[in-house]
Ligand binder design. Structure first.
Ligand code: PHE
Length: 446
């Protein structure tokens, strides 16, 4: 697909692309460790509430702005200025989003690189018959070697740039149609294996036992950030995907499909990982290495583990890849459409900057691990600022713009809000979403 105002060949291709953007490392790598760090169920239940009450309506607004404006995320607001007299200042949503996407991709690519390394580890039968300590040691020595991380980070960014520059992405997006369901099936198979061989009780309690006293402002902020990150809302990726979407079909239905798919995969990932974690006495709050320290144990013990493990990491890589391309699409579209750069030049130039930024994450697990700001190493800081501040802030501006500034008829037509439901839609988008984000921000600061 080119950056000019091409359209998706069908609505279905759009659903695949948008689902491909939503489903990624956020669901399988990040969700379990965030849940582990934030007390399990308290985090997960707040997360689910936020996804459906706040994430879903804002995603719908974001897609709606894109489809209605049919411009890249920077030019969109100039068009609204022309058509509806809204202020040009709203372009800040586009600028901030493009920056957020580049920052997220800088570390996303490094973690994508870890996944590539683990494809080879799994295929090389490195997990069979080894203890959980050996698995942990394998991971530790891998991330402590910046040259290895650099290599795979470069490979990942290279693949992303090639995809975006070479226009082969249509094929990738179509592949999502089979890959995401296959990934979901594989997770279900892992859950089945857990049910057959391990005790599920502790994990289920950890994930779903309602303990309101454990819900602190920090947990709620983390859940908010994770919800935005996982459905991919707040930085304009979905806006730009919406801008390639033909008129017609109401967006609310499409949005629900994406959100339900995304959330199911995150919950499946939790159910695949936590039973293994408790069975082997692994620390849930250990951070970014969690899936690399748990799933290989299961792959190492199950029959056919080499095949399952390899397939799992391949599918996870594909999921990460289809998310990654959406993270810099807004910037590239801007370069091509506003600056008149060639598609190739824009892609390689921007990818190079993102690659350089990624070095901060590469070294965060070795040389820079003790360089801390607010108690966080560079990777943790970039992750925290983008997920917990920039994405929700972007979402806040998007929902305010869509609900208060644009004429209400736009939402009615684009989202497909029936007259009887208008009041619910307005209450949610005008009051509930902005208020919820503001309250979370307020409590996190004070
Ligand atoms: N949603 C993606 C994931 O879960 C990441 C992403 C964030 C993609 C923001 C686009 C925008 O991995």
């Amino acid at each position: 697909m080119q950056a000019s105002r091409d359209q998706w060949s069908s609505r279905l291709v759009f659903v695949f692309a948008a689902t491909g953007s939503a489903v990624g490392l956020g669901n399988i790598w990040k969700f379990p460790y965030m849940a582990g760090e934030n007390g399990g169920s308290s985090f997960i239940l707040v997360y689910l509430a936020i996804v459906f009450l706040i994430g879903l309506p804002i995603l719908c607004c974001e897609l709606m702005l894109g489809r209605h404006g049919k411009r890249n995320t920077m030019n969109l607001f100039r068009r609204f200025n022309r058509d509806y007299g809204t202020s040009n200042q709203w372009s800040v949503i586009g600028w901030m989003g493009a920056l957020t996407g580049a920052l997220i991709l800088s570390y996303y690519s490094v973690i994508g690189g870890w996944v590539i390394e683990y494809i080879f580890k799994a295929a090389g039968n490195m997990f069979a018959g080894v203890s959980s300590e050996v698995i942990a040691a394998q991971f530790k020595s891998f991330v402590a070697d910046p040259m290895q991380l650099l290599l795979w980070h470069s490979v990942f960014m290279g693949i992303v740039a090639l995809t975006l520059a070479g226009g082969v992405r249509g094929g990738i997006e179509r592949a999502v149609r089979y890959m995401i369901p296959l990934l979901a099936l594989l997770l279900i198979a892992l859950i089945g294996y857990n049910i057959a061989t391990l005790d599920m009780g502790t994990a289920l309690n950890f994930m779903f036992d309602f303990q309101p006293e454990k819900i602190t402002p920090a947990v709620v902020l983390a859940a908010l950030g994770q919800a935005f990150f996982s459905i991919g809302v707040g930085m304009g990726a979905m806006m730009i995907y919406g801008s390639y979407l033909p008129e017609g079909k109401p967006l609310l239905g499409l949005t629900s499909v994406i959100v339900v798919a995304d959330t199911s995969i995150a919950i499946f990932a939790g159910l695949a990982i936590f039973p293994v974690l408790f069975a082997f006495g692994i620390e849930p709050g250990q951070g970014a290495g969690l899936i690399f320290n748990t799933l290989p144990i299961a792959f190492g013990q199950m029959p056919g583990g080499v095949i399952f493990g390899t397939l799992f990491f391949v599918l996870l890589f594909i999921a990460a890849w289809t998310s990654a391309i959406s993270l810099i699409e807004p910037m590239i579209a801007w370069g091509v459409e506003n600056r008149g750069w060639g598609r190739k030049g824009a892609t390689w130039g921007i990818s190079l900057i993102v690659w350089l930024l990624g070095l901060l994450t590469v070294f965060s697990f070795s040389d820079l691990s003790d360089v801390k700001l607010f108690g966080k190493n560079p990777f943790e800081l970039i992750d925290y600022v983008t997920s917990n501040i920039l994405l929700p802030l972007g979402g806040l501006l998007i929902v305010i713009f869509a609900a208060w500034i644009l004429p209400a008829t736009v939402a009615r037509e684009e989202a497909g809000i029936e007259p009887g439901r208008d009041l619910i839609w307005k209450t949610v988008t005008r009051f509930l979403c902005p208020a919820a984000i503001l309250i979370v921000f307020y409590h996190s600061v004070f």
